[in-house]
Design a binder for this molecule. Structure first.
Ligand SMILES: *[C@@H]1O[C@H](CO)[C@@H](O)[C@H](O)[C@H]1NC(C)=O
Ligand SMILES: *[C@@H]1O[C@H](CO)[C@@H](O)[C@H](O)[C@H]1NC(C)=O
Ligand SMILES: *[C@@H]1O[C@H](CO)[C@@H](O)[C@H](O)[C@H]1NC(C)=O
Ligand SMILES: *[C@@H]1O[C@H](CO)[C@@H](O)[C@H](O)[C@H]1NC(C)=O
Ligand SMILES: *[C@@H]1O[C@H](CO)[C@@H](O)[C@H](O)[C@H]1NC(C)=O
Ligand SMILES: *[C@@H]1O[C@H](CO)[C@@H](O)[C@H](O)[C@H]1NC(C)=O
Length: 891
């Protein structure tokens, strides 16, 4: 027994003396620390027991080594001693919110450390063994430190219990630290405001415990990029902040997620916002602004959503609901390609037959689908088979994989199918012999598909020589037949599409929506283009001088200055074609349209100049004038006169938002006449006829006197006056599209007359042309307007309630309503000419007297003729059955 008690005593003595030794060693460290701090806490005496020092905690009630140093927010300055690593009992080190600086020392011996918090100090470097051998670490916070660039060391995998890693604004540079994927206990990861680049490692899918992920605002040029698909695996994620990066691709499937905050603002995310996101019950805060989303507007009921107008305008409707079936199909196809950003730039909204890259329409349906050489990856979606009007389908020279869906063989109008130079495999489906198939440069079957042109049905090679010869003969015959057919088709197409489909039709820019129609249109001539642009920009400081001596072309520097480097505060509007900035050009206010480089595509200088040439030819006081332009690298800038009072749309239906007072009847009439005069000029200018094609209230701009000018010409120039109509790609806005134009693409001046009639109806009723909130048969203003005109009482209730109308004004309103009705006649030959509208309105508008003679009024010459026609138009062409036809295209 004595032996035993001696042994116990010995052990106790040994332990306590060891503890005492540890304590005295730790005391030295704390005294060392006290020396290096320029003003240590006041309770820290020169000698005494460090365990009673403010912020210091020791083991076993003060008899052992230091376990915790908590000196947060004490205004400390100075450096840390290298001896810190000998605090072997240290569990917590809190130094946040001080001004400690210098090198952060090694913690090599602190194997019990669970919490390390260094936020907001001035440390400039971390030791080479940082995070090595810290197996107990659970909480690590290194925010806002001016460190030299560093990367997260692999040694961090040793801290397998780590739950929180916060290191925003801490100079972490380079690729995303893939090693973090090994920390499976991680619940919160915050690496915002670092210098990280590249994609998210696939391994992050292992972080299934993660609840909060913040990677926002990387300061690197490249930012974080690539897909965010990996976050879908993090089933416990509640907060995802990845804003201000360059992530691409769609939002992944978030089914069964418990997300509360989702901020992806300012990225390049594309595709349809999945229902699995907006159906998350726990969701509270969402920001989607400034991405490239497509398809239906997401239905975030009861959620705090940040969706700026430019993001909303990308959706196919301004409220949740399905897209046009054609849009739905095309987006399914884009989904197969992983919604590439290059497509998403133009594939938005609800009208693919406008400027969607790679899409050419005819009769309102897709006739050519050409996305060759666009760097596409992913697969060919079977949805493509739903594009039944497609005659040519070209997906060659991409990186597509997978099989070609068999359903493509059912495409009844398909004539040419090209998928050469991809990585497709499986079997090439058997197309009808009438389809020309080019599919070389892929990995079909096992055989080497080296043949240049493979005709469908001729693929089964046998060693039988006779068979081969037979097949060869057949192939040769087929090639000849197909060749002849294609030649014929080309000729046919050339006639049909002559105006628009050059070989670059797919990336044809719509930036000014100008289509020069005449075949022998000449570029050279009026506009002198300095051969070398840099000569213009070099040196010269005098803007006015430049403006005068170089005609319309302006150096980029001048426009940068005018718009304060495209300052976002100066943005007047955004559209599919770019952004319009307010600018100050040497004292003159101007509107600078910066054409979207995405929609510019590969458009060359020469074509741009051809368009400028057209724009400079149409000058009228009721058309917004082009003052100048600039090309610089990929930049294409157009300078227009500035219109201070916004668009007619803002004055008619957006009053609440715009804050304008409602227009009086006289003001409306004046505007109507201004517009009529501008369009009349376009239609009758000299020997040329131009067609606007996209007349609508948002294209009618007003000056401070509420006088109107027409802008944003989608001009088509008619080849000659004898041929008054032609086929073209439909470009315009639903609701304003004349029936024959929407259905056949046939464009005449009457297309503008129709749109003008719709605008008159909007001015009379103050209603938008399409109102989705009304029942189906009442959504299109033209239909209900015409119907209501049949009943005077109904019609009286139908006119804009903000109009105060005397008897005289009411009479003139009825006349204008009648004019509007004629203008929107279903048959184009029953619509009046624009001169007629001008005449009728000017006779109604007594107050308005021209102060100067419009040098381009040409109505007089044809007035006699017009009056005769007038009688013809007066005959009532309207029957209620018209509404059926209208509803077929007003979706
Ligand atoms: C980053 O940290 C520095 C101090 O190191 C601080 O001055 C700066 O405001 C921080 N930046 C951000 C964006 O938090
Ligand atoms: C992280 O885990 C992966 C796979 O589990 C392994 O290959 C890799 O070596 C680990 N990284 C480190 C730094 O240990
Ligand atoms: C980010 O890292 C790059 C090198 O990867 C470096 O050139 C750049 O200066 C860093 N940026 C900042 C703001 O530290
Ligand atoms: C949501 O946003 C509100 C207001 O912007 C903010 O106070 C709140 O903290 C946010 N909630 C989450 C979970 O981010
Ligand atoms: C094709 O269209 C039909 C009818 O709109 C639709 O049911 C079907 O799912 C579509 N096919 C594909 C592959 O998208
Ligand atoms: C496929 O690639 C080859 C070699 O680069 C090229 O000669 C051929 O024209 C390409 N095919 C098509 C259809 O572009």
């Amino acid at each position: 027994m004595g032996r035993d008690s001696h042994l116990i005593l010995l052990v106790v003595l040994l332990v306590s003396s060891l503890a005492a030794a540890a304590k005295s060693a730790d005391e030295d460290v704390i005294f060392g620390l006290a020396k290096l701090l320029s003003s240590p806490p006041s309770s820290w005496g020169a000698g005494g027991d460090v365990c009673v020092f403010e912020g210091i905690t020791c083991e076993r009630g003060g008899s052992g080594g230091v376990t915790s140093i908590d000196l947060g927010d004490m205004g400390l300055t100075g450096t840390l001693p290298t001896s810190l690593s000998s605090l072997t009992a240290l569990k917590e080190l809190h130094l946040q919110g001080n001004a400690l600086h210098g090198d952060f020392p090694s913690l090599a011996g602190c194997t019990d450390l669970t919490r390390l918090v260094l936020d907001g100090n001035g440390f400039t470097s971390l030791p080479s063994d940082f995070l090595k051998d810290l197996p107990s670490l659970q909480y690590l916070s290194l925010e806002d430190l001016p460190l030299k660039p560093w990367s997260v060391p692999d040694a961090i995998v040793g801290s397998s219990l780590l739950e929180t890693f916060s290191a925003s604004n801490a100079s972490i540079a380079g690729a995303f630290p893939a090693v973090l994927a090994n920390l499976s206990s991680l619940r919160s990861l915050r690496l915002s405001y670092n210098n990280l680049t590249g994609g998210l490692p696939a391994g992050l899918a292992e972080l299934i415990a993660l609840e909060s992920l913040q990677l926002n605002n990387q300061i690197s040029d490249g930012k974080l990029s690539g897909s965010i698909a990996v976050v879908a695996a993090m089933k416990n994620l509640r907060l995802l902040w990845i804003q201000s990066n360059k992530f691409t691709g769609p939002i992944p499937d978030f089914s069964n997620s418990q997300l509360e905050a989702f901020n992806v603002r300012d990225n390049r995310l594309t595709g349809v916002v999945p229902a699995s996101l907006y159906e998350i019950k726990t969701l509270r805060n969402v920001s989607l602004t400034n991405n490239l989303f497509q398809g239906p507007m997401p239905d975030f009921r009861g959620v705090n959503v940040d969706l700026a107008a430019d993001t909303v305008s990308r959706f196919c409707q301004s409220r949740p609901g399905p897209c046009d079936p054609l849009v739905t199909t095309l987006l399914s196809v884009a989904a197969g390609f992983g919604y590439p950003a290059e497509l998403a730039e133009t594939w938005n909204g609800n009208t693919p037959c406008g400027n969607w890259i790679g899409i050419v329409c005819s009769n309102g349906d897709v006739s050519i689908f050409d996305l060759h050489n666009r760097g596409l990856s992913g697969t060919i979606s079977p949805a493509i088979a739903n594009l039944t009007s497609v005659g040519k389908l070209d997906l060659s020279n991409n990186h597509l994989t997978g099989v070609i869906p068999d359903t493509l063989t059912t495409m009844s109008n398909l004539k040419i199918f090209i998928v050469s130079n991809n990585s497709l495999d499986g079997e090439l489906p058997k197309f009808k012999p009438s389809v020309k198939v080019l599919a070389n440069g892929n990995q079909f079957g096992k055989s080497d598909s080296g043949s240049q042109s493979v005709s469908a049905g001729a693929l089964k090679w046998k060693s039988d020589a006779g068979m081969i010869i037979g097949i060869l003969v057949a192939v040769v015959l087929l090639v000849i037949i197909v060749g002849l057919f294609v030649h014929h088709l080309r000729k046919k197409n050339a006639e049909k599409f002559r105006p628009v489909s050059s070989k670059e039709s797919a990336d044809e820019s719509e930036m000014m929506k100008i289509q020069v129609v005449e075949t022998n249109w000449s570029v050279n001539g009026n506009t002198a283009v300095p051969a070398d642009y840099s000569q213009v920009s070099a040196g010269s400081a005098n803007i006015t001088h430049l403006f005068e001596s170089h005609g319309m072309q302006l150096p980029i520097e001048v426009l940068l200055k005018a718009t304060d480097n495209f300052n976002e505060d100066f943005i007047l509007g955004k559209g599919g074609f770019g952004v319009v900035f307010k600018g100050n050009l040497n004292g003159r206010l101007v509107a600078v349209k910066r054409c979207d480089s995405g929609t510019m595509g590969t458009k060359g200088q020469q074509e741009f100049m051809a368009e400028i040439d057209v724009l400079t030819k149409v000058r009228h006081r009721h058309l917004v004038g082009l003052l100048g332009y600039c090309t610089h690298g990929y930049e294409r800038l157009l300078v227009y006169e500035y219109m201070s009072d916004g668009t007619l749309r803002e004055h008619l239906c957006d009053l609440q938002r715009s804050g304008y007072t409602p227009l009086t009847w006289t003001q409306r009439m004046t505007i109507a006449l201004d517009v009529a005069r501008g369009i009349e000029y376009l239609h009758g200018l000299a020997q040329e006829t131009f067609i606007h094609r996209d007349l609508k209230p948002s294209n009618i701009l007003l000056d401070q006197d509420l006088r109107a000018k027409v802008s944003d010409f989608g001009l088509v120039k008619l080849a000659n006056d004898t041929d008054k109509s032609m086929m073209t790609r439909v470009a315009g806005t639903f609701g304003y599209l004349a029936p024959e134009y929407a259905t056949t693409g046939k464009v005449t001046t009457k297309v503008d007359v129709y749109a003008y009639g719709v605008i008159l109806m909007e001015m009379i009723t103050g209603r938008k042309v399409l109102d989705d909130s009304l029942p189906d048969d009442e959504t299109h203003l033209v239909t209900i307007f015409r119907r209501n005109m049949l009943d005077k009482e109904k019609f009286r209730k139908f006119v804009d309630p903000t109009l105060e109308l005397g008897a005289e004004a009411w009479k003139s309103l009825l006349e204008v309503a009648d004019l509007a009705r004629h203008c929107t006649a279903r048959e184009q030959n029953q619509r009046p000419d624009m001169c007629h509208c001008v005449n009728r309105l000017s006779s109604l508008l007594d107050e308005w007297k021209p102060t100067e003679v419009d040098d381009d009024d040409e109505c007089e010459t044809s007035e006699m003729h017009l009056n005769q026609q007038l009688e013809k138009w007066r005959c009532d062409d309207f029957t209620i059955s018209d509404s059926d036809t209208f509803s077929t295209f007003n979706m």
